[in-house]
Write a protein that binds this ligand. Structure first.
Ligand code: ZN
Length: 494
């Protein structure tokens, strides 16, 4: 067996371990009885440790040294050359963090999560403070494992957006913030009262599954389950697990399911040749999120999509019989400032993110004292969105991310919004009949195009290379996103 085969086998075993852990994680969040938590944490820790130890082994470095000359003449995006290049980067990064620190971070993240659940329930920031302090301290130690030039935030960001600098995100957000504030300030009032009502979950599930089945998943490659906090995971491109939740008094499950289906289509569209390798998945969370946003918003809130689906929706929920399609479309596209990030609309959503991005940098640099965090949060919410925060549960304690020390994650959501529109411009040029296809209930030309041009690539290219390949430039450009929101806002005002 040559070195390339040896490397492939080793990475395939690593992928098997990761996906086995993924099955355990899915089970934990979807079907496991809650008292299985402790044993499950040990099982996941063991699998994670074995996978990590096998990966950072010196032998992987020797194999990479032996493989590099063998692949250098191959095309840049060939499977083999990509595998060696991407693995080299992953390997060098993984080796920088001492096992002791990694273990400590995992343990404190679990403790922090536990404390956060209780603190959020009782809206008691003080009880969460020591855990936040400890997790932040560990993140500073983690940052010290890396070199950075612009901001200590960059190594944290790099875990989710490989190769991105903090200054790049700052530049994008500096354009977004005033523009979004202006759009929100001039947003017309839209009647959405009919979106609250009696929507039996069983009927939501039935309609939702019908919708998802049209999006481009092959049969017997996916399933949809209920969970408290929706997510998507996959164990191969033929085993995609979507989750959603149903509230009996609203229809949010539709867009939440479309969102997770966007992640699922990405995984499903990975080329078969990337299965059991380190190249499956997406190049970054932002690029991945661009696709969940595409299916949730650009498709799922568009008039053409509802030209097809509004009738089935009315048949399912007769309370909508008296609501015109145009009024429904206006209601699902309105912009309205609120307290909670996950409930936010497309326009205000990124403002929630920019607030967190600024605070994370200030926390990391020590510019904000931790005990002042709730006050600072509340003041910023007033400044950014004009809302008064009634308690910390609906303020600084609302998100899970900081409980496990996951700084650097939030910006990817807003970048996903921005990137989705950069790609969408290209999609619309490539598919001039897209609106008619969606109106006919046929999103397959769209999902086929996205699969062939984006999803199939997996992690072969970096985020920048991927964006450049599709959009023609590696730069993250907020203008298409803003133009889309402005156009939408103008249409609502009519
Ligand atoms: Zn998502």
């Amino acid at each position: 067996m040559g070195p390339l085969d040896e490397l492939r086998v080793r990475l395939a075993e690593g992928a098997d371990l990761r996906h086995a852990a993924g099955v355990l994680g899915w089970d934990q969040r979807v079907t496991m009885p809650s008292r299985g938590t402790e044993a499950r944490a040990e099982q996941l820790a063991t699998l994670g440790r074995i996978a990590h130890e096998r990966f950072v082994d010196d032998e992987v470095g020797r194999l990479l040294d032996a493989c590099e000359p063998l692949v250098e003449k191959l095309p840049y995006d060939s499977d083999d050359r990509s595998l060696v290049r991407v693995t080299r980067r992953d390997w060098e990064k993984a080796r920088r963090v001492p096992t002791k620190l990694r273990t400590e971070m995992t343990r404190e993240a679990a403790r922090g999560h536990h404390a956060w659940v209780e603190a959020r329930r009782t809206s008691d920031f003080a009880s969460f403070l020591p855990y936040l302090r400890r997790n932040l301290e560990l993140r500073r130690q983690y940052v010290d494992c890396f070199e950075w030039s612009d901001s200590p935030y960059t190594p944290l960001l790099d875990d989710f957006e490989p190769g991105m600098q903090t200054t790049e995100v700052r530049e994008v957000f500096a354009v977004l913030r005033p523009a979004l504030t202006e759009i929100v300030a001039s947003a017309p009032e839209v009647d959405a009262s009919f979106l609250t009502g009696n929507f039996p979950p069983e009927k939501q599930r039935e309609l939702g599954e019908r919708m998802l089945a049209t999006l481009g998943f092959e049969e017997e490659t996916w399933r949809l389950d209920r969970t408290a906090h929706p997510f998507c995971t996959s164990f191969s491109n033929r085993d995609v697990r979507l989750t959603t939740r149903y509230q009996p008094d609203d229809l949010e499950s539709i867009w939440s399911s479309l969102h997770e289906a966007g992640h699922g289509l990405y995984a499903h569209g990975n080329a078969d040749s990337l299965t059991r390798s380190s190249l499956s998945g997406a190049p970054s969370l932002g690029v991945n999120e661009s696709q969940s946003r595409t299916w949730e918003n650009l498709v799922g809130r568009s008039r053409p999509f509802w030209e097809h689906w509004y009738k089935p929706l009315q048949e399912t929920f007769p309370s909508l019989d008296s609501v015109e399609l145009d009024d429904f479309v206006r209601a699902i596209n309105r912009a309205e400032p609120g307290l909670i990030r996950v409930d936010a609309d497309e326009t205000t959503y990124s403002l929630h993110i920019i607030l967190r991005f600024e605070l994370e940098q200030e926390l990391l640099e020590g510019a904000v004292a931790l005990e002042d965090l709730p006050d600072v949060w509340n003041a910023r919410m007033k400044e950014f969105l004009g809302v008064d925060v009634p308690d910390d549960a609906r303020g600084v304690l609302q998100d899970v991310h900081w409980s496990g020390g996951a700084l650097g994650y939030f910006p990817t959501y807003a970048l996903g919004n921005v990137i989705s529109l950069q790609f969408w411009r290209v999609v619309r040029e490539a598919l001039p009949d897209l609106d008619a296809q969606l109106a006919a209930g046929d999103p397959l030309p769209l999902s086929d195009w996205l699969r062939d041009n984006l999803y199939a690539l997996g992690r072969k290219l970096t985020p920048k290379e991927t964006i450049e390949r599709l959009a023609g430039s590696p730069t993250i450009d907020p203008e298409p996103y803003l133009a889309y929101l402005r156009e939408k806002s103008a249409a609502l005002a009519v």
